[in-house]
Design a protein around this ligand. Structure first.
Ligand code: FEO
Length: 399
C-alpha cells in the first residue's frame, strides 16, 4: 500500500513524522514537529538503518513490510541507541527474529540495557566493512555526536552518509523527503535550535567527526531528523561546523529577567544603544516568557551576549540562574559578554554575573551596570555606554 520514496538506487525512506509530541526529550518545544528518519536498503541483502520512536512502530513496521514485499530483513544497523531511533528495535526483532543487529560494543551494552537483546548481534569496529551485494557499508565511530555509541554508516556505491543525529533538525517532512523537493528555508533556524538544545555540549566530538568525514566522497546525507541533504548539504554541514566551533554571527542576544520592569528598562536602553551604534541583529529574551530552548538557540547563534538580572533572595533571578546553568553545561565558548543587574536593598545579581563569567572565561565588554531601584539618568547613561561598548567591539571583530 505504501509508496515509499526512493532516495538513491534501492535506498528507501521509511521514517515517520511526529506532530503530536509537545516537547522533544520532554524538554524542548516542537512547534513544527520532528521526523524520525529510517532508511531501508534493498540489495542482495536487506538492511534497515535505525528504527523510530516506539509511538510510531505500528506504521513504521507496515512500511517496512510493504517495502520488503515478502523478503526477510537481514540486517538492522543501529547508528544511535537513543529511544527516538532505537525505540522500535524490540518489536522489529519480534517481527524479524533472524535479523542481525549491527552495532559496536557500546551499542550492544545499551541494547541489552534497554531491550534485553543479547543475541543475533554483528559487532563492528572503526572502518569495518559489510558487503551487502552490490555495495559495501563502511562504519565510522562518532562517539558523543550525541551519545557514546553513535556511529555513521557509509554506502560506498551511492556515496550516502547515514549520519545519526548529525546534520539533523527539528521540523517534520511535509510531503518532500529530499531537500531539493522543498523550500528548506524553514529548517535553518530549527537546525540551530536542535543543535544548541540537543548536541550543543559536544562541540569537540562534532569537530572530530567532521574531520573524519573530510576524506569521504559524500553526495547525500541521511540524518535521523529532517530532510535528506543533497542540494543544500554544504549549508547543513557548514551550520554544524560553525556551531560546533562556537562561532557566532554578528549580533547580540539580550537575556534578562524583570519583576516590575526596572531591569527591563535597562535591557531596553542597552538594546537602543546597540541599534543606535549600528548593530542590526539584536534579539531580546524575557526569561520569564521565552522558553530556554529559543534562548539557547540565540546564544549559539550570536557572538554577543548581554545578561541582566534583578537580585532575588540575595541571588540571581531564578530563571536567569536556570538559563546560565544551561549555557554553562554546554560549555559555550568565545562570547562577548556584557551584564547588568538591579536590587532594592542589597545587590547580589551583578556580583553573581561576574562570577559566572569568570567560569566561562569570556571577554567582558563594557562596564557592568548595577541599578538600585528605578532607572535614573546616571544609570541610563551607563546602559547606553554598555550598549555602545558591545557595538564597538563587534565592529572591531568584523573589520
Ligand atoms: Fe535523535 Fe540523540 O537522538
Amino acid at each position: 500500500m505504501y509508496k515509499l520514496k526512493e532516495i538513491s538506487d534501492h535506498v528507501f525512506y521509511v521514517g515517520v513524522n511526529d506532530r503530536q509530541k509537545a516537547l522533544f526529550e520532554n524538554l524542548w518545544p516542537l512547534p513544527k514537529g520532528v521526523s524520525y528518519n529510517s532508511y531501508l536498503i534493498l540489495d542482495e541483502k536487506t538492511v534497515l538503518i535505525d528504527t523510530v520512536d516506539v509511538c510510531y512502530s505500528d506504521i513504521f513496521l507496515k512500511k517496512i513490510t510493504d517495502a520488503l514485499n515478502g523478503r526477510t530483513l537481514d540486517y538492522l544497523v543501529v547508528n544511535h541507541m537513543e529511544p527516538d531511533h532505537a525505540g522500535s528495535i524490540r518489536l522489529l526483532r519480534q517481527q524479524y527474529p533472524n535479523v542481525q543487529i549491527v552495532g559496536n560494543k557500546t551499542t550492544f551494552g545499551m541494547l541489552d540495557g534497554y531491550h534485553s537483546i543479547t543475541d543475533g548481534l554483528y559487532e563492528i569496529k572503526e572502518e569495518d566493512v559489510l558487503n551487502i551485494g552490490s555495495r559495501d557499508l563502511t562504519f565510522f565511530m562518532a562517539p558523543m555526536v550525541h551519545w557514546p555509541e553513535v556511529m555513521f554508516t557509509y554506502d560506498t556505491k551511492n556515496k550516502i552518509l547515514f549520519s545519526a543525529d548529525a546534520f539533523g533538525t527539528f521540523g517534520t517532512l511535509d510531503g518532500g523527503i529530499i531537500d531539493s523537493e522543498m523550500d528548506v528555508d524553514r529548517f535553518w533556524e530549527e537546525m540551530i535550535r536542535y543543535y544548541s538544545n540537543i548536541v550543543g555540549k559536544y562541540g569537540n566530538p562534532v569537530q572530530k567527526a567532521l574531520q573524519k568525514l573530510k576524506n569521504l566522497q559524500i553526495e547525500t546525507i541521511c540524518s535521523t531528523h529532517g530532510p535528506v541533504w543533497r542540494e543544500h548539504m554544504g549549508k547543513a554541514v557548514s551550520i554544524y561546523d560553525r556551531l560546533s566551533r562556537y562561532e557566532g554571527e554578528d549580533g547580540v542576544a539580550i537575556v534578562y529577567g524583570s519583576m516590575y520592569g526596572n531591569t527591563e528598562q535597562m535591557a531596553e536602553t542597552v538594546a537602543y544603544s546597540l541599534a543606535d551604534n549600528g548593530i542590526k541583529n539584536i534579539v531580546m529574551h524575557n526569561v520569564s516568557k521565552s522558553h530556554a530552548s529559543y534562548i539557547l538557540g540565540d546564544v549559539f547563534k550570536y557572538k554577543g551576549l548581554i545578561v541582566g538580572s534583578p537580585t532575588y533572595s540575595n541571588q540571581l533571578f531564578p530563571e536567569i540562574e536556570s538559563i546560565l546553568s544551561k549555557i554553562e553545561i554546554r560549555e559555550v565558548k568565545n562570547r562577548l559578554f556584557g551584564y547588568f543587574g538591579s536590587f532594592t536593598w542589597s545587590g547580589a545579581a551583578v556580583k553573581r554575573l561576574a562570577t559566572f563569567n569568570e567560569r566561562m572565561k569570556w571577554e567582558t565588554v563594557g562596564d557592568p551596570v548595577e541599578l538600585k531601584q528605578a532607572l535614573k539618568a546616571d544609570k541610563y547613561e551607563q546602559c547606553i555606554a554598555l550598549g555602545k561598548a558591545m557595538a564597538d567591539r563587534l565592529k572591531d571583530l568584523s573589520n
